[in-house]
Design a protein around this ligand. Structure first.
Ligand code: FMN
Length: 160
């Protein structure tokens, strides 16, 4: 079996490039997440796959809440920085000067300038190798009605 080819085939699934935020002890952190999809319409639920080594993983496990913010096609720098640095060492929100907006239900703030913000409460979690699949129930949301161009990733490359 050609593993590289199999990887490329799986990476031909179009990935939406998002940020997942969590807040613990007043500290807000965001990370880039592309392994995310809707899994149910009623209740409205999505799933994110988070490596156990991520700082955000601990924050979500311990608080049971997160916010998903969908990035627009112009926001590559945010995706790159939030996908390569850890909140253990750097305040990514401050460094990138991202404006935050209080959420309505969860303690994690929303991010201004994104296509959509979804406030989620963890409804279930499942182990998957070195990852955890967090099922998030969407309890509130907001969208940008003007910007309709999401950032996506195809075969490992950003499509802007
Ligand atoms: C485009 C892109 C997509 C990513 N998708 C995921 C993902 O779905 N799950 C994951 O665990 N890590 C993903 N990562 C890696 C994390 O974003 C990265 O390790 C981040 O620095 C973790 O931050 P934290 O330690 O502050 O939580 C992705 C990175 C990039 C650049």
């Amino acid at each position: 079996m050609d593993k590289e080819l199999m990887n490329l085939a799986v990476r031909s699934l179009v990935w939406p490039v998002c940020l997942v935020g969590a807040t613990q002890n007043e500290k807000h952190n965001i990370m880039t997440v592309a392994w995310i999809t809707q899994i149910s319409a009623d209740p409205l639920q999505l799933i994110i796959s988070i490596d156990k080594s991520r700082y955000t993983h601990n924050m979500i496990s311990e608080t049971g809440e997160f916010v998903v913010s969908i990035l627009g096609s112009e926001q590559k720098e945010i995706a790159v920085v939030c996908g390569s640095r850890s909140g253990r060492n750097v305040d990514k929100v401050k460094q990138l000067k991202i404006e935050t907006i209080p959420s309505t239900v969860v303690k994690v703030p929303q991010l201004a300038g994104c296509l959509a913000n979804m406030e989620c409460k963890v409804a279930a979690q499942y182990p998957a190798g070195n990852r955890t699949l967090f099922v998030g129930e969407v309890v509130a949301a907001d969208i940008d009605k003007e910007n309709l161009k999401p950032m996506i990733m195809y075969r490992g490359k950003y499509i802007e």
